[in-house]
Design a protein around this ligand. Structure first.
Ligand code: ADP
Ligand code: ASP
Ligand code: MG
Length: 400
């Protein structure tokens, strides 16, 4: 059987864990098996490399940053290959470039363009376990690139697509749960989830899978499973919605703490002012998510919007510019909020989900600041302190 197996950062955080994965792989490799392993950097290595770069500059040169960040995965591929060889198991480690992963785009946010698999294929034929560095590739200039945080999932699924095989993602939880099991202990493990739902959940904050990895999986029909590294249980299958018999209205709830909410109040809510505000925000590269507008007497009103915490530095610059243009405007920034998103493909054909959500909030007297919907999700901004009681009640009402 041919397979791509991906082990995340926490699964390779120590030498003992790497040795145990090597023992597992060497024991379970049967004659004829073709195994490609993708590994992330050990534990918090990427964060630590980022901190080092930030000691030089808060905005380090992104070409050099990619060179630096890619070293994390190079450590883990070589260590795992050494561990396998010490068990007399044939293996070889390859960087993204050596594995033929060609990428394009902006440094630190590259996208995979193509994968030349000849080299991997020949090593597989020679009976070797091929260990590929996740999260990295090489661009048209021959420079090392990275794929964005969490990008090893993307490397793994893209390799599985190119090698026409299944992809097994191994991490520190036994599968995909209705809600992050580290936030809500009573969350249930999902047996099967559709690509669409997983993409929406990932995009809205469920960090267990990287959104682009699932997107590639859907595009190329890669069968993906997510389970615990060396764990006893079967994990979760990410598959086509046609393979899911029981279609729930709500499949899961994503929680994202990576959000800041801004309210701009007490100003003339006219198109010119709105344009000034969002031009200043866009010019500073702030990624705006939800937007709401309230108009009071004499056109005096307010605008509310959310953006990622990572953009705060640039948000502050933009807000200063807005205050210069519209002197009376009142700026209120709230970071003690979270975005919770209910996701379910069943929402397409079921009415009244929003009404049920608002009923729950009313029953437990929890306030929400913003709300947006898509075809298969409803997102709400609530107070961080309300997270558990809101999520608990929603989980109960929607039986997830
Ligand atoms: P890895 O380093 O293996 O890539 P990640 O930290 O990226 O692991 O992803 C695993 C984490 O995802 C879990 O520890 C869990 O806290 C979090 N997570 C968030 N939402 C979910 C969910 N719905 N189901 C399972 N895990 C989730
Ligand atoms: N090491 C990279 C990160 O921490 C990529 C990954 O783990 O998927 O973001
Ligand atoms: Mg991850």
């Amino acid at each position: 059987m041919r397979v791509v197996k991906k082990y995340g950062g926490s699964s390779v955080s120590t030498i003992d864990k790497i040795k145990n994965i090597a023992i597992h792989l060497s024991k379970n490799k049967k004659v004829g098996d073709e195994i490609v392993v993708v590994v992330s950097a050990m534990g918090k290595t990427t964060d630590n490399l980022m901190k080092l770069a930030n000691e030089i500059s808060l905005t380090p040169d992104i070409r050099e940053l990619d060179s630096l960040l890619s070293t994390g995965e190079q450590q883990s591929i070589s260590l795992l290959s050494m561990a396998l060889k010490s068990l007399d198991c044939k293996s070889i480690s390859l960087t993204g470039a050596q594995a033929g992963i060609k990428t394009t785009g902006l440094h630190t946010k590259n996208k995979i363009e193509s994968i030349k698999t000849e080299k991997i294929e020949s090593y597989l034929k020679a009976g070797k376990i091929v260990i590929v560095a996740g999260f990295q590739g090489v661009n048209e200039n021959g420079d090392i690139t990275t794929l964005g945080r969490g990008g090893s999932d993307t490397s793994a699924v893209a390799l599985a697509a190119a090698l026409r095989c299944e992809c097994e993602i191994y991490t520190d939880v036994p599968g995909i749960y209705s809600i992050d099991p580290r936030v809500y202990k009573k969350a249930k493990k999902i047996e099967r989830i559709s690509y669409e739902e997983m993409m929406e959940m990932a995009n809205l904050g469920a960090g267990v899978m990287e959104t682009r990895a699932v997107e590639i999986g859907k595009k190329y029909g890669v069968k993906i499973s997510v389970g615990e590294t060396l764990g006893p249980e079967t994990g979760t299958y990410i598959c086509d919605s046609s393979e899911i018999i029981e279609k729930k209205v709500v499949t899961g709830i994503s929680i994202s703490k990576n959000v800041i909410m801004v309210n701009l109040e007490n100003f003339l809510v006219i198109p010119k002012n709105i344009s000034i505000i969002f031009s200043a925000i866009a010019k500073n590269g702030v990624n705006v998510d939800m937007i709401s507008q309230n108009e009071g007497d004499n056109l005096i009103g307010s605008i509310g919007f959310t953006c990622p915490i990572a953009d705060e530095l640039f948000l502050d610059i933009a807000l200063k510019e807005v205050e210069n243009y519209i002197p009376d405007i009142q700026v209120i920034k709230r970071s003690e909020v979270v975005k919770i998103s209910l996701v379910g493909i069943g929402m397409i054909s079921n009415f009244g989900v929003a009404a049920k959500v608002f009923e729950v909030l009313s029953d437990i007297d929890a306030k929400f600041y913003q709300c947006t919907t898509s075809e298969i999700s409803i997102s709400l901004i609530i107070k961080i302190d309300d997270t558990i009681r809101v999520v608990e009640k929603l989980a109960e009402v929607f039986s997830i």
